[in-house]
Write a protein that binds this ligand. Sequence first.
Ligand code: ADP
Ligand code: MG
Length: 479
Amino acid sequence: MEKPERVFDRDREWDGLTRFATSTSPDVRLGIVGGRRRQGKTYLLDALVEVVGGFFFTATEATEMEALERFGRAVAKYAGGGRYAFRDWEEALDRLFAVVGDGLIVIDEFPYLNKATPALPSLIQRALDPRGAARQAGSRLLLCGSAMSVMGGLLSGNAPLRGRASLELVVEPLEYRAAAQFWGIDDPRLAVLVHSTVGGTPAYRREFVAGDAPDSLADFDSWVCRTVLNPQTPLFREARYLLAEETEIRDIALYHAVLGAIAAGNCTRGGIAGAIGRASTDMAHPLAVLEDSRLIVRETDPFTRGKPLYRIAEPLIVFYEAIMRRHWTPLERGHQEAAWIGSRAGFLAQVVGPHFEGICRDWAMSAGAGVFGELPSRVAAATVKDPQRKTQIQIDVAVLAPEEPGRPRRILSLGEAKWDRTMTPGHLDRLRRARELLSNKGYDTSGTILACYSGAGFDRNLRAADDVLLVDLATLYER
Ligand SMILES: Nc1ncnc2c1ncn2[C@@H]1O[C@H](COP(=O)(O)OP(=O)(O)O)[C@@H](O)[C@H]1O
Ligand SMILES: [Mg+2]
Protein backbone atom coordinates (compact mmCIF):
# COMPACT_ATOMS: atom_id res chain seq x y z
CA MET A 1 0.00 0.00 0.00
CA GLU A 2 2.39 2.64 -1.18
CA LYS A 3 1.69 6.27 -0.41
CA PRO A 4 1.37 8.30 -3.62
CA GLU A 5 4.40 10.45 -4.27
CA ARG A 6 2.48 13.71 -4.14
CA VAL A 7 1.61 13.20 -0.48
CA PHE A 8 4.34 14.82 1.59
CA ASP A 9 5.21 13.30 5.00
CA ARG A 10 2.17 11.91 6.89
CA ASP A 11 3.66 8.41 7.06
CA ARG A 12 2.08 7.61 10.41
CA GLU A 13 -1.30 8.82 9.25
CA TRP A 14 -0.95 6.82 6.05
CA ASP A 15 -0.10 3.67 7.99
CA GLY A 16 -3.14 4.05 10.22
CA LEU A 17 -5.45 4.70 7.28
CA THR A 18 -4.23 1.83 5.12
CA ARG A 19 -4.31 -0.56 8.05
CA PHE A 20 -7.90 0.47 8.72
CA ALA A 21 -8.94 0.31 5.09
CA THR A 22 -7.51 -3.16 4.49
CA SER A 23 -8.29 -4.77 7.82
CA THR A 24 -10.26 -7.98 7.66
CA SER A 25 -11.34 -7.91 11.28
CA PRO A 26 -15.12 -7.69 11.74
CA ASP A 27 -14.51 -5.25 14.59
CA VAL A 28 -12.84 -2.70 12.36
CA ARG A 29 -15.78 -0.87 10.91
CA LEU A 30 -15.70 2.80 11.79
CA GLY A 31 -12.95 5.38 11.65
CA ILE A 32 -13.07 9.09 12.48
CA VAL A 33 -10.70 11.56 10.85
CA GLY A 34 -10.57 15.06 12.29
CA GLY A 35 -8.28 18.04 12.42
CA ARG A 36 -8.54 21.70 11.58
CA ARG A 37 -9.22 22.85 8.07
CA ARG A 38 -6.46 22.83 5.43
CA GLN A 39 -4.24 20.30 7.17
CA GLY A 40 -4.66 17.78 4.37
CA LYS A 41 -7.44 15.45 5.52
CA THR A 42 -9.19 15.40 2.17
CA TYR A 43 -5.84 15.18 0.40
CA LEU A 44 -4.94 12.05 2.39
CA LEU A 45 -8.32 10.38 2.05
CA ASP A 46 -8.35 11.08 -1.64
CA ALA A 47 -4.97 9.37 -1.95
CA LEU A 48 -6.24 6.49 0.17
CA VAL A 49 -9.25 5.89 -2.06
CA GLU A 50 -7.04 6.15 -5.10
CA VAL A 51 -4.83 3.35 -3.76
CA VAL A 52 -7.34 1.15 -1.93
CA GLY A 53 -10.46 1.92 -3.93
CA GLY A 54 -13.80 2.77 -2.44
CA PHE A 55 -16.70 5.14 -2.35
CA PHE A 56 -15.95 8.82 -1.65
CA PHE A 57 -18.62 11.37 -0.88
CA THR A 58 -18.03 15.00 -0.02
CA ALA A 59 -20.94 16.61 1.76
CA THR A 60 -21.79 20.25 1.30
CA GLU A 61 -23.90 22.67 3.25
CA ALA A 62 -27.35 21.54 2.21
CA THR A 63 -30.78 20.63 3.47
CA GLU A 64 -31.52 16.99 4.19
CA MET A 65 -33.43 16.66 0.93
CA GLU A 66 -30.69 18.15 -1.19
CA ALA A 67 -28.09 16.03 0.54
CA LEU A 68 -30.07 12.83 -0.08
CA GLU A 69 -30.44 13.83 -3.71
CA ARG A 70 -26.71 14.29 -4.20
CA PHE A 71 -25.94 11.20 -2.20
CA GLY A 72 -28.35 9.18 -4.36
CA ARG A 73 -26.54 10.31 -7.48
CA ALA A 74 -23.13 9.49 -6.01
CA VAL A 75 -24.14 5.98 -4.92
CA ALA A 76 -25.74 5.32 -8.29
CA LYS A 77 -22.62 6.46 -10.09
CA TYR A 78 -20.51 4.16 -7.95
CA ALA A 79 -22.91 1.30 -8.64
CA GLY A 80 -22.44 1.85 -12.32
CA GLY A 81 -25.39 3.93 -13.40
CA GLY A 82 -29.05 4.56 -12.86
CA ARG A 83 -30.54 6.85 -10.30
CA TYR A 84 -31.42 6.37 -6.66
CA ALA A 85 -34.07 8.55 -5.09
CA PHE A 86 -33.76 7.92 -1.38
CA ARG A 87 -36.67 8.66 0.90
CA ASP A 88 -34.51 8.99 3.98
CA TRP A 89 -31.07 8.23 5.30
CA GLU A 90 -32.04 4.82 6.53
CA GLU A 91 -32.74 3.74 3.03
CA ALA A 92 -29.70 5.59 1.70
CA LEU A 93 -27.36 3.84 4.13
CA ASP A 94 -28.86 0.42 3.46
CA ARG A 95 -28.30 0.85 -0.23
CA LEU A 96 -24.83 2.28 0.26
CA PHE A 97 -23.63 -0.70 2.27
CA ALA A 98 -25.22 -3.11 -0.17
CA VAL A 99 -23.53 -1.42 -3.13
CA VAL A 100 -20.08 -1.05 -1.53
CA GLY A 101 -20.02 -4.48 0.08
CA ASP A 102 -16.79 -5.23 1.87
CA GLY A 103 -15.12 -2.08 0.53
CA LEU A 104 -14.23 1.32 1.93
CA ILE A 105 -16.63 4.24 2.33
CA VAL A 106 -15.33 7.75 2.93
CA ILE A 107 -17.71 10.55 3.87
CA ASP A 108 -15.90 13.87 3.92
CA GLU A 109 -17.31 17.01 5.52
CA PHE A 110 -19.56 14.82 7.61
CA PRO A 111 -20.57 17.71 9.95
CA TYR A 112 -22.66 19.20 7.12
CA LEU A 113 -24.73 16.00 6.88
CA ASN A 114 -24.95 15.76 10.63
CA LYS A 115 -26.23 19.30 10.88
CA ALA A 116 -29.05 18.69 8.42
CA THR A 117 -29.81 15.24 9.86
CA PRO A 118 -29.00 15.08 13.56
CA ALA A 119 -30.16 11.45 13.74
CA LEU A 120 -27.47 10.29 11.31
CA PRO A 121 -25.00 9.05 13.97
CA SER A 122 -27.72 6.84 15.50
CA LEU A 123 -28.58 5.43 12.09
CA ILE A 124 -24.92 4.67 11.49
CA GLN A 125 -24.63 3.12 14.92
CA ARG A 126 -27.50 0.78 14.07
CA ALA A 127 -25.86 -0.17 10.80
CA LEU A 128 -22.69 -1.02 12.71
CA ASP A 129 -24.48 -3.33 15.15
CA PRO A 130 -23.79 -7.04 14.68
CA ARG A 131 -26.93 -7.50 12.63
CA GLY A 132 -26.79 -4.08 10.99
CA ALA A 133 -26.35 -3.44 7.30
CA ALA A 134 -22.72 -2.35 7.48
CA ARG A 135 -21.70 -5.43 9.45
CA GLN A 136 -23.59 -7.73 7.13
CA ALA A 137 -22.00 -6.20 4.08
CA GLY A 138 -18.53 -5.98 5.62
CA SER A 139 -18.09 -2.28 4.78
CA ARG A 140 -15.62 0.01 6.52
CA LEU A 141 -16.72 3.59 7.05
CA LEU A 142 -14.50 6.64 7.49
CA LEU A 143 -16.16 9.85 8.64
CA CYS A 144 -14.12 12.98 8.16
CA GLY A 145 -14.62 16.61 9.05
CA SER A 146 -13.01 19.81 10.19
CA ALA A 147 -15.50 21.22 12.64
CA MET A 148 -13.72 19.99 15.73
CA SER A 149 -16.78 20.56 17.89
CA VAL A 150 -18.74 18.06 15.77
CA MET A 151 -16.00 15.51 15.15
CA GLY A 152 -14.95 15.45 18.78
CA GLY A 153 -18.59 15.22 19.85
CA LEU A 154 -19.21 12.14 17.70
CA LEU A 155 -17.32 9.91 20.09
CA SER A 156 -17.82 11.66 23.40
CA GLY A 157 -20.17 11.30 26.34
CA ASN A 158 -23.21 9.23 25.48
CA ALA A 159 -23.03 9.92 21.75
CA PRO A 160 -24.35 6.96 19.74
CA LEU A 161 -21.02 6.26 18.05
CA ARG A 162 -18.99 6.31 21.24
CA GLY A 163 -16.90 3.18 21.57
CA ARG A 164 -17.53 2.16 17.95
CA ALA A 165 -14.54 3.67 16.21
CA SER A 166 -11.40 1.62 15.85
CA LEU A 167 -9.49 4.51 14.27
CA GLU A 168 -9.44 8.06 15.56
CA LEU A 169 -7.05 10.12 13.53
CA VAL A 170 -6.38 13.81 14.02
CA VAL A 171 -4.43 15.35 11.18
CA GLU A 172 -2.24 17.98 12.79
CA PRO A 173 -0.20 20.76 11.21
CA LEU A 174 3.24 19.64 10.02
CA GLU A 175 5.94 19.60 12.68
CA TYR A 176 8.38 22.55 12.37
CA ARG A 177 11.20 20.59 10.70
CA ALA A 178 8.82 18.93 8.27
CA ALA A 179 7.30 22.33 7.54
CA ALA A 180 10.73 23.73 6.62
CA GLN A 181 11.26 20.82 4.26
CA PHE A 182 7.79 21.26 2.77
CA TRP A 183 8.56 24.92 2.14
CA GLY A 184 11.91 23.95 0.63
CA ILE A 185 13.81 26.08 3.15
CA ASP A 186 17.35 25.04 4.17
CA ASP A 187 18.33 28.14 6.14
CA PRO A 188 17.15 27.49 9.73
CA ARG A 189 16.87 31.20 10.49
CA LEU A 190 14.53 31.72 7.58
CA ALA A 191 12.68 28.55 8.54
CA VAL A 192 11.96 29.93 12.03
CA LEU A 193 10.71 33.24 10.59
CA VAL A 194 8.41 31.53 8.11
CA HIS A 195 7.13 29.05 10.68
CA SER A 196 6.44 31.94 13.08
CA THR A 197 4.26 33.47 10.41
CA VAL A 198 2.37 30.62 8.76
CA GLY A 199 3.08 27.56 10.93
CA GLY A 200 2.80 24.06 9.54
CA THR A 201 -0.48 24.11 7.62
CA PRO A 202 0.25 22.51 4.24
CA ALA A 203 -2.32 24.51 2.30
CA TYR A 204 -0.58 27.76 3.27
CA ARG A 205 2.40 26.64 1.24
CA ARG A 206 0.31 25.94 -1.83
CA GLU A 207 -3.02 27.43 -2.83
CA PHE A 208 -2.91 30.19 -0.24
CA VAL A 209 0.22 31.88 -1.54
CA ALA A 210 0.15 30.57 -5.10
CA GLY A 211 3.26 28.56 -4.29
CA ASP A 212 5.33 31.64 -3.40
CA ALA A 213 8.06 30.72 -0.89
CA PRO A 214 10.86 33.12 0.17
CA ASP A 215 14.06 32.10 -1.55
CA SER A 216 16.48 33.56 0.98
CA LEU A 217 16.65 35.37 4.28
CA ALA A 218 16.98 38.62 2.34
CA ASP A 219 13.69 37.85 0.60
CA PHE A 220 11.73 37.38 3.82
CA ASP A 221 10.44 40.95 4.26
CA SER A 222 9.40 41.16 0.67
CA TRP A 223 7.75 37.72 0.88
CA VAL A 224 5.69 38.79 3.90
CA CYS A 225 4.50 41.85 1.98
CA ARG A 226 3.76 39.78 -1.16
CA THR A 227 1.78 37.11 0.65
CA VAL A 228 0.32 37.25 4.12
CA LEU A 229 0.04 41.06 4.16
CA ASN A 230 -1.30 41.21 0.63
CA PRO A 231 -5.11 41.51 0.40
CA GLN A 232 -4.99 39.73 -2.96
CA THR A 233 -3.84 36.43 -1.46
CA PRO A 234 -6.26 34.13 0.37
CA LEU A 235 -3.81 34.01 3.26
CA PHE A 236 -4.63 37.63 4.07
CA ARG A 237 -8.12 36.86 5.38
CA GLU A 238 -7.40 33.35 6.54
CA ALA A 239 -7.01 34.11 10.25
CA ARG A 240 -10.47 35.67 10.22
CA TYR A 241 -11.97 32.76 8.32
CA LEU A 242 -10.48 30.24 10.71
CA LEU A 243 -12.58 31.69 13.47
CA ALA A 244 -15.68 32.28 11.41
CA GLU A 245 -15.70 28.69 10.15
CA GLU A 246 -15.84 27.17 13.58
CA THR A 247 -19.58 26.62 13.78
CA GLU A 248 -20.08 27.38 17.42
CA ILE A 249 -18.52 30.81 17.34
CA ARG A 250 -21.07 33.57 17.01
CA ASP A 251 -19.66 36.60 18.76
CA ILE A 252 -16.61 36.90 16.51
CA ALA A 253 -15.52 40.24 17.97
CA LEU A 254 -15.26 38.80 21.47
CA TYR A 255 -13.19 35.88 20.19
CA HIS A 256 -10.79 38.17 18.39
CA ALA A 257 -10.47 40.26 21.52
CA VAL A 258 -9.62 37.13 23.51
CA LEU A 259 -7.05 35.98 20.95
CA GLY A 260 -5.62 39.48 20.74
CA ALA A 261 -5.17 39.57 24.49
CA ILE A 262 -3.38 36.21 24.47
CA ALA A 263 -1.16 37.28 21.57
CA ALA A 264 -0.23 40.38 23.57
CA GLY A 265 1.12 38.15 26.32
CA ASN A 266 -1.83 37.75 28.68
CA CYS A 267 -2.08 34.07 29.34
CA THR A 268 -4.19 33.56 32.45
CA ARG A 269 -7.95 33.75 32.42
CA GLY A 270 -7.89 36.76 34.72
CA GLY A 271 -5.23 38.47 32.63
CA ILE A 272 -7.18 37.96 29.42
CA ALA A 273 -10.38 39.22 31.05
CA GLY A 274 -8.57 42.28 32.40
CA ALA A 275 -7.05 43.10 29.03
CA ILE A 276 -10.42 43.22 27.31
CA GLY A 277 -12.40 44.69 30.20
CA ARG A 278 -14.65 41.74 30.93
CA ALA A 279 -15.30 39.65 34.01
CA SER A 280 -13.09 36.62 34.41
CA THR A 281 -16.17 34.37 34.55
CA ASP A 282 -17.19 35.56 31.07
CA MET A 283 -14.03 34.01 29.69
CA ALA A 284 -14.86 30.41 30.52
CA HIS A 285 -17.06 29.79 27.48
CA PRO A 286 -14.95 31.43 24.75
CA LEU A 287 -11.80 29.83 26.11
CA ALA A 288 -13.45 26.41 26.13
CA VAL A 289 -14.70 26.85 22.56
CA LEU A 290 -11.29 28.01 21.32
CA GLU A 291 -9.66 25.08 23.03
CA ASP A 292 -12.13 22.59 21.55
CA SER A 293 -11.48 23.98 18.11
CA ARG A 294 -7.74 23.62 18.71
CA LEU A 295 -7.03 27.27 18.13
CA ILE A 296 -5.63 27.64 21.63
CA VAL A 297 -4.06 25.19 24.04
CA ARG A 298 -4.30 25.17 27.81
CA GLU A 299 -1.19 24.40 29.77
CA THR A 300 -0.22 24.14 33.38
CA ASP A 301 3.02 25.12 35.03
CA PRO A 302 4.82 21.95 36.12
CA PHE A 303 6.41 23.63 39.15
CA THR A 304 3.76 26.06 40.31
CA ARG A 305 0.35 24.75 41.07
CA GLY A 306 -2.07 27.35 39.91
CA LYS A 307 -4.06 28.76 37.12
CA PRO A 308 -3.96 27.29 33.64
CA LEU A 309 -2.10 29.24 30.99
CA TYR A 310 -3.40 29.74 27.48
CA ARG A 311 -1.39 29.84 24.31
CA ILE A 312 -2.48 30.32 20.70
CA ALA A 313 -1.89 27.12 18.78
CA GLU A 314 -1.92 28.56 15.26
CA PRO A 315 0.97 30.88 14.36
CA LEU A 316 -1.03 32.63 11.65
CA ILE A 317 -3.51 33.76 14.28
CA VAL A 318 -0.75 35.15 16.49
CA PHE A 319 0.60 36.97 13.45
CA TYR A 320 -2.83 38.32 12.61
CA GLU A 321 -3.64 39.46 16.13
CA ALA A 322 -0.22 40.94 16.86
CA ILE A 323 0.50 42.52 13.49
CA MET A 324 -2.32 42.59 11.00
CA ARG A 325 -5.31 43.57 13.08
CA ARG A 326 -3.57 46.72 14.18
CA HIS A 327 -2.80 47.78 10.62
CA TRP A 328 -5.88 46.43 8.90
CA THR A 329 -6.97 49.60 7.13
CA PRO A 330 -3.57 50.54 5.65
CA LEU A 331 -3.08 46.89 4.67
CA GLU A 332 -6.39 46.75 2.86
CA ARG A 333 -5.39 49.89 1.01
CA GLY A 334 -2.18 48.30 -0.15
CA HIS A 335 0.35 49.94 2.20
CA GLN A 336 2.16 46.70 3.02
CA GLU A 337 5.69 48.05 3.36
CA ALA A 338 4.76 50.87 5.71
CA ALA A 339 2.70 48.55 7.90
CA TRP A 340 5.46 45.97 7.97
CA ILE A 341 8.17 48.48 8.88
CA GLY A 342 5.94 49.73 11.69
CA SER A 343 5.53 46.17 12.94
CA ARG A 344 9.14 45.13 13.26
CA ALA A 345 9.35 45.42 17.03
CA GLY A 346 6.00 43.71 17.50
CA PHE A 347 7.00 40.89 15.18
CA LEU A 348 10.15 40.25 17.18
CA ALA A 349 8.65 40.55 20.65
CA GLN A 350 5.19 39.06 20.23
CA VAL A 351 5.59 36.68 17.33
CA VAL A 352 9.09 35.29 16.78
CA GLY A 353 10.38 35.46 20.36
CA PRO A 354 7.61 33.36 21.91
CA HIS A 355 7.41 31.14 18.84
CA PHE A 356 11.09 30.33 19.04
CA GLU A 357 10.62 29.18 22.63
CA GLY A 358 7.87 26.87 21.38
CA ILE A 359 10.15 25.42 18.71
CA CYS A 360 12.79 24.75 21.37
CA ARG A 361 10.19 22.90 23.45
CA ASP A 362 9.16 20.86 20.41
CA TRP A 363 12.79 20.01 19.80
CA ALA A 364 13.27 18.93 23.43
CA MET A 365 10.14 16.80 23.33
CA SER A 366 11.39 15.00 20.25
CA ALA A 367 14.96 14.61 21.57
CA GLY A 368 16.32 11.08 21.66
CA ALA A 369 17.38 9.47 24.92
CA GLY A 370 20.96 10.52 24.26
CA VAL A 371 20.23 14.23 24.75
CA PHE A 372 18.77 14.40 28.26
CA GLY A 373 19.72 10.94 29.49
CA GLU A 374 16.31 9.46 28.74
CA LEU A 375 13.17 10.21 26.79
CA PRO A 376 11.28 13.24 28.12
CA SER A 377 7.80 12.63 29.41
CA ARG A 378 6.78 16.25 29.49
CA VAL A 379 8.20 19.54 28.24
CA ALA A 380 6.70 22.84 29.32
CA ALA A 381 7.35 26.47 30.07
CA ALA A 382 7.53 27.11 33.80
CA THR A 383 8.21 29.65 36.48
CA VAL A 384 10.27 29.16 39.60
CA LYS A 385 9.63 31.48 42.52
CA ASP A 386 12.65 32.86 44.30
CA PRO A 387 11.27 34.12 47.63
CA GLN A 388 14.62 35.31 49.02
CA ARG A 389 15.33 37.52 46.04
CA LYS A 390 11.63 38.35 45.71
CA THR A 391 11.59 37.48 42.05
CA GLN A 392 10.76 34.62 39.76
CA ILE A 393 12.73 32.85 37.11
CA GLN A 394 11.12 31.99 33.78
CA ILE A 395 12.09 28.61 32.43
CA ASP A 396 11.35 28.41 28.71
CA VAL A 397 12.13 24.71 28.34
CA ALA A 398 11.58 22.52 31.40
CA VAL A 399 12.02 18.83 30.61
CA LEU A 400 10.64 16.25 33.04
CA ALA A 401 11.01 12.51 33.42
CA PRO A 402 7.90 10.38 33.90
CA GLU A 403 6.31 10.56 37.33
CA GLU A 404 7.25 7.67 39.58
CA PRO A 405 5.08 6.96 42.60
CA GLY A 406 6.85 7.50 45.91
CA ARG A 407 9.83 9.22 44.34
CA PRO A 408 10.59 12.88 43.79
CA ARG A 409 9.94 14.04 40.23
CA ARG A 410 13.14 14.09 38.25
CA ILE A 411 13.94 17.15 36.19
CA LEU A 412 15.88 16.18 33.09
CA SER A 413 16.64 19.68 31.94
CA LEU A 414 16.07 23.37 32.55
CA GLY A 415 16.56 25.65 29.58
CA GLU A 416 16.36 29.23 28.49
CA ALA A 417 15.73 30.33 24.91
CA LYS A 418 16.69 33.59 23.25
CA TRP A 419 15.96 34.27 19.62
CA ASP A 420 17.85 37.49 19.11
CA ARG A 421 20.36 37.79 21.92
CA THR A 422 23.80 36.28 22.31
CA MET A 423 23.63 34.25 25.46
CA THR A 424 26.11 34.69 28.31
CA PRO A 425 27.07 32.99 31.58
CA GLY A 426 24.47 35.23 33.24
CA HIS A 427 21.76 33.09 31.65
CA LEU A 428 23.43 29.96 32.94
CA ASP A 429 23.63 31.41 36.46
CA ARG A 430 19.90 31.93 36.50
CA LEU A 431 19.34 28.35 35.46
CA ARG A 432 21.69 27.17 38.22
CA ARG A 433 19.72 29.21 40.74
CA ALA A 434 16.46 27.73 39.46
CA ARG A 435 17.89 24.24 39.83
CA GLU A 436 18.90 24.98 43.40
CA LEU A 437 15.46 26.35 44.27
CA LEU A 438 13.72 23.36 42.73
CA SER A 439 16.00 20.99 44.55
CA ASN A 440 15.06 22.73 47.82
CA LYS A 441 11.42 22.27 46.87
CA GLY A 442 11.94 18.52 46.70
CA TYR A 443 12.56 17.85 43.03
CA ASP A 444 15.30 15.45 42.02
CA THR A 445 17.79 17.62 40.13
CA SER A 446 20.75 15.29 40.39
CA GLY A 447 20.71 14.65 36.65
CA THR A 448 19.35 18.00 35.50
CA ILE A 449 21.03 19.31 32.36
CA LEU A 450 21.11 23.08 32.02
CA ALA A 451 20.52 24.19 28.46
CA CYS A 452 20.77 27.42 26.50
CA TYR A 453 18.94 27.70 23.19
CA SER A 454 19.85 30.63 21.02
CA GLY A 455 19.10 32.00 17.60
CA ALA A 456 21.98 34.47 17.96
CA GLY A 457 24.76 32.34 19.42
CA PHE A 458 26.67 32.12 22.70
CA ASP A 459 29.53 34.25 23.94
CA ARG A 460 33.03 32.89 24.57
CA ASN A 461 32.59 32.56 28.30
CA LEU A 462 29.40 30.60 27.98
CA ARG A 463 30.97 28.36 25.38
CA ALA A 464 33.80 27.69 27.84
CA ALA A 465 31.40 26.50 30.57
CA ASP A 466 31.36 22.73 30.87
CA ASP A 467 28.02 22.25 32.60
CA VAL A 468 25.75 23.54 29.88
CA LEU A 469 24.12 22.15 26.77
CA LEU A 470 24.22 24.70 23.95
CA VAL A 471 21.57 24.34 21.29
CA ASP A 472 21.88 26.49 18.19
CA LEU A 473 19.69 26.83 15.12
CA ALA A 474 21.52 24.14 13.18
CA THR A 475 20.94 21.69 16.04
CA LEU A 476 17.25 22.55 16.22
CA TYR A 477 16.86 21.70 12.54
CA GLU A 478 19.09 18.63 12.44
CA ARG A 479 17.10 15.65 11.26
N1 ADP B 1 0.60 15.73 2.73
C1 ADP B 1 0.49 16.72 1.82
N2 ADP B 1 1.38 16.82 0.80
C2 ADP B 1 1.27 17.80 -0.10
N3 ADP B 1 0.33 18.76 -0.06
C3 ADP B 1 -0.58 18.73 0.91
C4 ADP B 1 -0.55 17.71 1.91
N4 ADP B 1 -1.56 17.93 2.75
C5 ADP B 1 -2.20 19.02 2.32
N5 ADP B 1 -1.63 19.52 1.20
C6 ADP B 1 -2.02 20.73 0.48
O1 ADP B 1 -2.97 21.41 1.30
C7 ADP B 1 -4.19 21.59 0.60
C8 ADP B 1 -5.37 21.51 1.54
O2 ADP B 1 -5.57 20.20 2.00
P1 ADP B 1 -7.02 19.60 2.26
O3 ADP B 1 -6.90 18.14 2.14
O4 ADP B 1 -8.03 20.26 1.41
O5 ADP B 1 -7.24 20.01 3.77
P2 ADP B 1 -8.49 19.63 4.72
O6 ADP B 1 -9.30 18.60 4.04
O7 ADP B 1 -7.82 19.14 5.97
O8 ADP B 1 -9.21 20.92 4.94
C9 ADP B 1 -4.17 20.53 -0.48
O9 ADP B 1 -4.92 20.93 -1.59
C10 ADP B 1 -2.70 20.43 -0.81
O10 ADP B 1 -2.30 21.42 -1.72
MG1 MG C 1 -11.25 18.76 3.41
